[in-house]
Design a protein around this ligand. Sequence first.
Ligand SMILES: Cc1ncc(COP(=O)(O)O)c(C=O)c1O
Length: 373
Amino acid sequence: MIPFIDLQAQQERIADKLRARIAAVLEHGAYIMGPEVGELEERLADSCGAKHCVTCSNGTDALLLPLRAKGIGPGDAVFVPSFTFVATAEVVSALGATPLFVDVLPDTFNMGAQSLEAAIAFARTRGLTPRAVIPVDLFGQPADYDAIAAVAQQNGLWVLADSAQGFGATYKGRRTGTLGLATATSFFPAKPLGCYGDGGAIFTDDDALAAVLRSLRVHGKGADKYDNVRIGMNARLDTLQAAILLEKLAIFEDEIERRNAVAARYSAALAGTVHVPAVMDNAVSTWAQYTIRVPAQRRDAMAAHLKAQGVPTAVYYPTPLHRQTAYRDAPVMPGGLPVSEALAQEVLSLPMGPYLKSRETKIIFNAIHSFNK
Ligand SMILES: Cc1ncc(COP(=O)(O)O)c(C=O)c1O
């Protein structure tokens, strides 16, 4: 079976460097907030051009912390796409606020500005106060931030970018990390920039917000951790994970290029056979996933056919969030969210990664072409 995501090839490439980094942490023993954490924060901020990077425990906390810092709570509406991983909405619910589901665009799978506008009007009819919007950079492609910012500004919302899948991507010459008031990313192992456990980071240019985030992630610390000036949490990134990320970040630009080369190979071979993913003219994706669309009645049969040929696939995501049991009572706009519903039936993600070999892509192309004959 071809690996769906090949973490081994990357590990082999930098094995000696990873070992040296891990050995250095074992040597100095500063397992919590050790020197690698600060070094990583500087390098991550430099890599995207953000003023501040605040690392944290995972991508979910990276979303939660800015919402907490901005005082999101009961009575507030926060706008999230329905076609995403549950964490995007879960953090809103965890604070007692209401996630208002927005539909996505059929070509990019990302939040649509028109649907956002409709959702804001709908939230007002429900007596909710529109406060923030969380566009998601789904599968590695940035959302259309200018279109979303225009609607957000008109309605007094601030933007929290969920770039869990999109860190390293580019939108109109700017890197993710600089496209909202705050940007959250995840270093879950399967993400384009992943560690060997849980990890995350928040990016912002706002000095005051960065200071509150740094306090919140260590129990609401003031002058030190036994001076508690606000209700916080334990949301730190482990030093060991920071050490590992430093070596992975060193090869990340090259890996983004390789991912784009793999995606280009895919699209050249598959366009005309299946519905291949579209990237906006002014964007560069990190290709966290390469996701095709297959007519709903054929999707599962195609997945089974590919599996039989040694090609694993995945469905991200089989159920839009507004259809999840956990959100059965959530308010949904009149007219529903038809694009999210259709995509859940049609999407199929293929093996993707910077080290996918042409021998492997050939097997994948043959399997898809033979299904479509
Ligand atoms: C879009 C999106 N948001 C948030 C998260 C949460 O990240 P984590 O798993 O690191 O908590 C993920 C990934 O799992 C994700 O794909």
